[in-house]
Design a protein around this ligand. Structure first.
Ligand code: NAP
Length: 347
């Protein structure tokens, strides 16, 4: 086994504290990554608090991992020592089910092995990126271009792919009106991708204080959703709405902002069920869709797209000891726009 250290919650809702644990020994197709940076996704907070059901503890969160390859198994062909590499939301899958065959490993019907809080096919619990090293099968490890700023690339491994994937699936681009609901970690990446794909982008936010930021990110329009009059100006405007909101909100309200045949895509995962009026969808043939992360090949495609279009996340780099104030600011919607942990602060 390989000795690792990180920050873990020992039980549901408890504070993250320093913890030492074992990673598996490097297998023939594994790489050992020295973790340099890890993004702080709202999912980490949901998971630590068991918002979506009982979690596995101790829990080391973190699924926006970037670092440097420091050792390779004998059969590794994609990486050499010193390469920059990234790991996202999953570290294994069965490889043979229809979803795996269709490159949608995140939906593996046997069991996608999540980067943390999951049981691997080897029976070991997985621990995430709020730590110094990780051992991962090279298949689940992504190449990161030297062109990309490494710290600002970390959030692409989850916030990036989770917003890129639905925009590609629904072929969002030139001639489309796209609204992004919630300007946080996922939302600000959705704005960047929407613009790069040629859509006209409107940010729908609860925070007036983000108006200037939205403009600086390149958004064409900004609407404060709590301002009834301002909201009325975008009624029936959008072809697509990408909803990244992490807390309870009223879908019916947003659906009125779609054109006929418009699509509301949910990527945010609040911890309470949505409630839909029976009239919301038939009136205008509206569609409510969902999207979960993205497969391995699409994640690499997204990273390559980012390198080609000079896209990274807007980040606040933090010391790992600042994780709780960061969580608190995330709950208040104050993150600008993704916290990234500098793992050198762990050593
Ligand atoms: P985040 O950085 O905290 O951003 C969420 C944003 O939602 C906030 O900045 C805020 O934006 C808005 N918001 C918060 N509470 C709201 C409320 N009550 N009503 C309306 N808007 C509200 O979170 P994130 O990391 O982007 O994650 C967003 C959600 O996506 C989380 O639930 C996370 O678990 C989920 N997620 C899903 C996937 C997937 O595969 N589908 C992957 C990763 C994350 P404004 O201030 O602009 O209103």
């Amino acid at each position: 086994m390989i000795k690792a250290k990180g920050y873990a919650a020992q039980s549901s809702g408890s504070k993250l504290e320093p913890w030492e644990f074992d990673r598996r020994t490097i297998g023939t197709r594994d790489v050992l990554i020295q973790i340099l940076f890890c993004g702080v996704c709202h999912t980490d907070l949901h998971m630590v608090n068991s918002d979506w059901g009982p979690g596995t503890f101790p829990m080391v969160p973190g699924h926006e991992i970037v670092g440097r390859i420091i050792e390779t198994g004998k059969e590794v062909s994609k990486f050499k020592i010193g390469d920059h590499a990234g790991v996202g939301v999953m570290v294994d899958s069965c490889g043979t089910c229809p979803d795996c065959q269709a490159h949608q490993e995140q939906f593996c019907s046997v069991s996608p092995v999540q980067t943390y809080g999951s049981k691997g096919y080897d029976g070991l619990t997985t621990y995430g990126g709020y730590s110094n090293v990780i051992v991962v099968d090279e298949k689940f490890t992504h190449l990161i271009s030297d062109k990309l700023n490494l710290a600002a690339t970390a959030p692409l491994l989850c916030a990036g792919i989770t917003t890129y994937s639905p925009l590609k699936k629904w072929k969002v681009g030139k001639g489309h009106q796209l609204a992004v609901v919630g300007l946080g970690g996922l939302g600000h990446m959705a704005v960047k991708f929407g613009i790069a794909l040629g859509a006209e982008v409107t940010v729908l936010s609860t925070s007036e204080t983000k108006r200037e930021d939205a403009k600086a990110l390149g958004a064409h329009h900004f609407v404060v959703t709590t301002d009834v009059e301002e909201l009325a100006t975008v009624k029936s405007k959008f072809d697509f709405i990408l909803d990244t909101v992490s807390a309870k909100h009223d879908l019916n309200l947003y659906i009125t902002l779609l054109k006929t045949d418009g699509v509301h895509i949910c990527v945010g995962i609040p911890n309470e069920p949505f409630s839909l009026s029976p009239f919301s969808l038939p009136n205008g043939n509206k569609v409510v869709a969902g999207s979960g992360a993205g497969g391995l090949s699409e994640t690499q495609e997204m990273l390559d797209f980012c390198a080609a279009h000079d896209i990274v996340s807007e980040i606040e780099l933090i010391d790992i000891k600042e994780i709780h104030p960061a969580f608190d600011r995330m709950i208040k919607g104050h993150v600008r726009y993704r916290f990234v942990i500098d793992l050198s602060t762990l050593r």
